[in-house]
Design a protein around this ligand. Structure first.
Ligand code: SF4
Length: 388
């Protein structure tokens, strides 16, 4: 299968048609089709995005009904930042290399292992390992460093490990995955996920935020877009693309582009998690705009209707009221801190000056998840300490 290419013109033409249809009786027809239980096609999703006479709560209720019994199942994981260093210069990010306001930290392997043991001891069985993205000089170090952390997580028995370490070249994947066991078909362990958020699928916005300097490892839009295709060829079967809301003002464009990306990954046989985090405050201040609660809820509901086979990811970067409103629509709720090696026996550090982004809900992940357990939701990858 070819690498994913986004046809920007086709997306913009679809949006144009949808805008016209939203103004006539197309919105009622799209709503009726969604209500009948079949997945929403991309154009219908765009129609319902534009049809503001239809309240967001109506679409949220529809998405909740469409998820049916699956509203009672939730996946989880905690982020574990190994370091907050980075050689890239994304203008919205606390970790960008020129952010002198950020207090830099890098965890040694023994600290990482202790953090993993702490997470397991608290019942968390899924972890996302995060770093920055590095230039030519530091890339070999980064690949070996993440590989050591990955092997530690697998050895300790985590059920799901997500890697959020930037885009990785064909020649680097063998280092990243060195000594990781494979199945007879060459596939990696069932629950090993490559996470690479495009952040924005709009090329102009991408250049504005991620830069155009070829020395900047993050500035290559196409290289990043094809990261899952390289990962799949290297044996990954799970992918977690994402859009950072607050970069491109055209949220409908991001929605359709993300749908196209997920469709490509599903057609390639990958299981998909999809993240749509909203931009948050960072130490030193950053670029970007706010996306309101109503637009956010509408987007999540439409993605849930359009992509029933993908697991949408909600995080504790969102405040509790938004979690209450939207958790029934998503497949995963991620809880934890975006600081380096932050976990303690009963909570986490949330130092704003050392975090990639501000996390609004700073409760221990047990408290976040127990709220849903108490409501009868089954949570995979978390063993509630109260049950022992
Ligand atoms: S978004 Fe990622 S690559 Fe860009 S500055 Fe932040 S950590 Fe680095």
């Amino acid at each position: 299968m070819d690498d994913f290419r986004l046809d920007d013109n086709a997306v913009r033409e679809l949006l144009e048609r949808a805008r016209t249809r939203a103004g006539d009786d197309g919105a009622a027809a799209a709503l009726a089709r969604a209500g009948a239980g079949s997945p929403l096609d991309a154009e219908d999703a765009a129609v319902l995005w534009y049809a503001r006479a239809i309240a967001t709560d109506t679409i949220v209720a529809l998405a909740r009904r469409a998820r049916g019994a699956r509203t009672k199942e939730l996946d989880t994981f905690s982020p574990l930042y190994l370091t907050n260093t980075c050689d890239a210069a994304c203008r919205m990010c606390g970790m960008r290399r020129d952010n002198t306001a950020l207090v830099r930290e890098t965890a040694e392997l023994d600290v990482i292992e202790a953090q993993l043991v702490t997470l397991l001891g608290r019942g968390m069985r899924a972890v996302a390992l995060l770093t920055g993205e590095y230039g030519a000089e530091r890339r070999p170090w980064a690949m070996r460093y993440v590989n050591a952390a990955l092997r530690a997580a697998l050895r300790l028995g985590f059920d799901h490990v997500l890697l959020n370490v930037g885009s990785v070249g064909d020649d680097e994947l063998p280092v990243l995955l060195a000594d990781v066991e494979r199945g007879a078909d060459g596939a990696l362990p069932a629950k090993l996920t490559m996470c690479t958020f495009q952040e924005t699928y709009d090329r102009r916005t991408y250049g504005k935020f991620m830069g155009r300097d070829p020395q900047n490892p993050r500035s290559d839009y196409d290289r990043r877009l094809a990261n899952f295709d390289r990962a799949r060829r290297a044996g990954f079967r799970l992918a977690n693309p994402g859009v950072l809301l607050g970069l491109c003002p055209d949220v409908a464009f991001e929605m359709i582009a993300a749908i196209r990306h997920v469709e490509h990954l599903r057609a390639a046989g990958m299981e998909v998690y999809l993240s749509v985090p909203r931009l948050r405050r960072i130490a030193g201040g950053g670029a970007g705009r706010e996306v309101g609660d109503d637009d956010f809820a509408r987007l999540v509901a439409l993605l849930a209707l359009a992509l029933p086979d993908a697991k949408l990811v909600l995080t504790t970067r969102e405040p509790r009221p938004i979690q209450r409103r939207l958790t029934a629509l998503v497949g995963a709720l991620s809880a934890g801190s975006s600081a380096v090696a932050p976990y303690t026996e009963d909570g986490a550090r949330f130092p704003f000056a050392a975090s990639q982004f501000e996390v609004l809900d700073q409760r221990p992940f047990e408290a976040v998840l127990e709220e849903h357990l108490d409501a009868g939701v089954t949570i995979t990858n978390f063993r509630d300490a109260r049950c022992h």
